[in-house]
Write a protein that binds this ligand. Sequence first.
Ligand code: AMP
Length: 294
Amino acid sequence: MFVTSDPLEAYAWAAQQSKTYRVALVPTMGALHDGHLSLVRRARELAEVVAVTIFVNPTQFAPHEDLARYPRPLEQDIEMVRSAGAAMVFHPSDHAIYPPGFSTYVNPPAVASRWEGVIRPDHFRGVCTVVLKLFQIIPAQVAVFGRKDYQQSMVIRAMARDFNLPIQIEVADTIREPDGLAMSSRNRYLTPDQRLQALSLSRALRMTRQQALSGVKSVTKLERVLTDELAAGSDLGVDSIDYAAVVDAHTLEPFSDAILQPNAVALVAARVGTTRLIDNLSLTPDFATSMNDS
Ligand code: AMP
């Protein structure tokens, strides 16, 4: 496996590989878990060679967020990527991505404006900017993102469309712990008690989906189920909710007249202690494959 922190070396590697092979790119911030590795496996199905990037992107964190404490187990990550069968790891320094004088940013698409875009105002500007740069540094035919960050995947798709980026954007299912908790690098911040509280995200989403599938059409009712279950009588609920919404899965806009339509998704962001967690679930039967009903 080729490992480099140099953008020019990464570019040369990708250019060379693309002469013979289809190249897939999997961007990550490291602290890898099975969710990330499932993206690598999906990428291997879509291309002969897979490049993984590991970069904790400072421009997508606000000053009060967890940039400094974000875990960075680089050696362990590289070994995990190697055993998942990737051909290359690119792990640049901050300086290599944001050299002195750096001042060009992507203005994110409309789908970035609500939800995460409200709570984390510059977040998607940082995400779009770094993803566009990674696409330039490692020209690939396909890039794989996780549905776990649902709004992010829609933002990247819209950017690729709007900028005519010659790359296919693949979105892979959310990988969960056996009890339903969506895997996340931030789960390692949770104490055992907080981990129990965190379970209320997947539980609330599951209950909301059950209600939707059993015919509840009122978005107000569905959002009440979502919120009540997230709070779960406080004991085992989250400490606070950033948002809990049932929206159009394409635009991420609320439904007109608050009546559920096909292609709906439930989005949640909540805090447990100082840890911020996000999760989502499709409310449409044929898309609802990533979490069991039972
Ligand atoms: P991150 O390292 O958190 O920036 O995530 C890198 C990529 O992995 C993103 O495309 C995420 O959506 C994806 N990802 C994170 N957690 C999961 C998960 N539990 N299942 C599937 N994909 C995930």
